[in-house]
Design a protein around this ligand. Structure first.
Ligand SMILES: [Zn+2]
Length: 135
């Protein structure tokens, strides 16, 4: 276990975890894509249930955009590693706890900043503002 003042998280380990996760997401995205194409071929064009098709499309797009977002987060995290800024909260610049990085290796913020931001988002503030902020 890594204690509060214990050894720093091993970057190489997180990089491996992040790269493996990115690979997993990419694979699942192409699997979904393949499944979607097959499903479409199965629907007869003249009697296909359009609303059902739209529903599936929505789920597909929605899942994909979550995956895309995750991929972007992972790529950003790897970027931060290259700039030796990994594991540092983008808001308060305090180190993010190893416990949090173990749970969410692509975390941008420490727990308290994340909670504060989540509250602001819940109150209707734009999420994109925060995504733009660290470019
Ligand atoms: Zn913070």
């Amino acid at each position: 276990m890594i204690t509060k003042n214990g050894p720093k998280p091993k970057l190489g380990d997180y990089r491996k975890i992040l790269e493996a996760k990115a690979e997993e997401v990419r694979r699942s995205m192409s699997a979904q894509k393949a499944a979607q194409v097959v499903a479409r071929l199965d629907i007869p064009s003249d009697e296909g249930d359009l609303s059902q098709q739209h529903h599936e499309e929505w789920i597909f797009l929605n899942r994909n955009s979550i995956d895309m977002k995750l991929l972007r987060e992972i790529a950003d995290a790897i970027h931060r590693m290259d700039r030796e800024h990994y594991g540092i909260c983008l808001e308060c610049e305090e180190p993010i706890s190893a416990k949090r990085l173990d749970a969410v290796p692509w975390a941008r913020y420490c727990v308290s900043c994340q909670e504060r931001i989540a509250t602001r988002i819940a109150e209707g503030e734009s999420v994109d503002e925060y995504q733009e902020a660290d470019r």
